[in-house]
Design a protein around this ligand. Structure first.
Ligand code: SAH
Length: 398
């Protein structure tokens, strides 16, 4: 059973919760010290003890919990979770019938009404990602709700929180049903992806970039040379190659990226001869490219929002301008830079300022061809715009 307690919101924060802001912060609560364990259900009330909303405590880098309902009488039980999951399924009805794309996000955290939890669909398999111990305490209820709402081949999970040595009932990613083959081959706009549901923190593809990948393949790649930096498993390179790129170069410093990228090329029957995979620090590669006077028709930049390598610390908010400057120098005139970031601490407006600054510093000019944010299945909460973290800009260097 989950403990339930009443908490009082500080007056200056009451309005935000009343208006539907979903993230619970410690500073907004008068008597936070009474919150003693993750998963506690918090009844937030104003200073006159009037009910405002109900949420749970779960510690994430984002905050201390999420609002679940503004209905005082609503219980946080299996029925509650079933209702949320079924609403999410309805919203993605057409995704289930699309044979050319068999992987998508079924449940996107607060965008679907429960912060701290995502559920991804991979051709009949479901993957929970738990972002806090707090949401994980509801696992049995949520699992039961999912099982009774969908037909599934198998169900997996990833835990993205530090359990601090606490005993967890299971260490496994696999929960129930039948185990998926490894790799499991799914499709995205008719392209194959090799997915590993049971091999570390990540499965091999970031589903939020699907519209960007399709656009690269359908509109930009034909006859072009493509440098894909921070390439991970090479997803952008795969789509570029299938769109007719003459050559792709994928650069990532993680050793695993070489075999993972080869695997993605292989499952799409792409000849590896025209594809280069380089395991190296991107910042070294830029220096090398400048020295060798290399340049490309398309340069993809998709860095993590924060990363530390042996020589560099990269933080998107501070260093994206410099990253762009490096890329501009090795992009052909009339070439395209695809600048992407998933940093949630700045918005599209700021990101476009970074682009403007970088070109200005090099006395260059450019044109924004198109921009992307999250695709439809990555539903965003209307009162939590920070949740719309993805920003991708296709920039033509003039
Ligand atoms: N573009 C990828 C996702 C990138 S994830 C895709 O479409 O799937 C970020 C990647 O950046 C990780 O694989 C990480 O290994 C890599 N990385 C982080 N810092 C790096 C650096 N300095 N040089 C090269 N790769 C780096």
């Amino acid at each position: 059973m989950h403990k339930e307690i009443n908490l009082t919101i500080k007056p200056e924060y009451t309005k935000a919760y009343q208006n539907g802001y979903p993230l619970i912060s410690k500073e907004s609560i008068v008597d936070w010290s009474r919150v003693t364990e993750e998963g506690m259900i918090l009844h937030l009330q104003d200073s006159k003890k009037r009910f405002i909303a109900k949420g749970y405590h779960g510690k994430q880098n984002k905050g201390y919990g999420w609002i679940l309902t503004s209905q005082k009488l609503s219980k946080i039980d299996v029925e509650y979770f079933k209702h949320k999951i079924n609403t999410a399924i309805k919203y993605r009805k057409t995704f289930y019938t699309d044979k050319s794309t068999t992987a998508f996000r079924l449940f996107n955290g607060e965008g679907d009404g429960i912060g701290g939890l995502t559920i991804d669909y991979f051709d009949g398999y479901y993957l929970f990602t738990w972002y806090s111990m707090g949401i994980y305490t509801f696992k049995n209820l949520i699992l039961e709700a999912l099982k009774s709402s969908v037909e599934y081949k198998g169900i997996y999970q990833k835990k993205r929180f530090d359990s601090k040595g606490k005993y967890l009932d299971d260490a496994e990613d696999f929960i129930c049903g039948t185990k998926a083959p490894s790799p499991l081959i799914v499709k995205e706009n008719s392209v194959n992806f090799a997915i590993h549901l049971d091999d570390g923190a990540m499965v091999g593809v970031f589903l939020d970039q699907k519209d960007v990948r399709k656009t690269i393949r359908d509109t930009y790649a034909k006859g072009k040379t493509v440098l894909n930096t921070f390439s991970y498993t090479g997803a952008f390179s795969i789509f570029a190659a299938l769109g007719g790129a003459t050559k792709t170069i994928s650069v990532d410093l993680a050793n695993r990226s070489r075999s993972k990228t080869q695997e993605q090329f292989n499952v799409n029957n792409i000849d590896l001869k025209a594809q280069e995979i380089i395991v190296e620090d991107v910042f070294n590669y830029f220096k090398y490219a400048v020295r060798k006077k290399l340049s490309f028709d398309i340069v993809v930049l998709d860095p993590p929002s924060f990363a530390r390598s042996k020589k560099h610390t990269f933080s998107a908010g501070k260093d994206y301008v410099n990253l762009l400057k490096e890329a501009i120098q090795i992009t052909h005139k009339n070439g395209i830079i695809i600048a992407s970031t998933n940093a949630s601490n700045f918005d599209m407006k700021k990101f476009k300022e970074f682009i403007s600054k970088a070109f200005k510093a090099l006395n260059g000019t450019y044109k924004v061809e198109e921009t992307f944010t999250l695709p439809k299945d990555f539903r965003v909460h209307e009162n939590f715009k920070e949740g719309d973290y993805l920003k991708v800009v296709f920039i033509r260097k003039l």
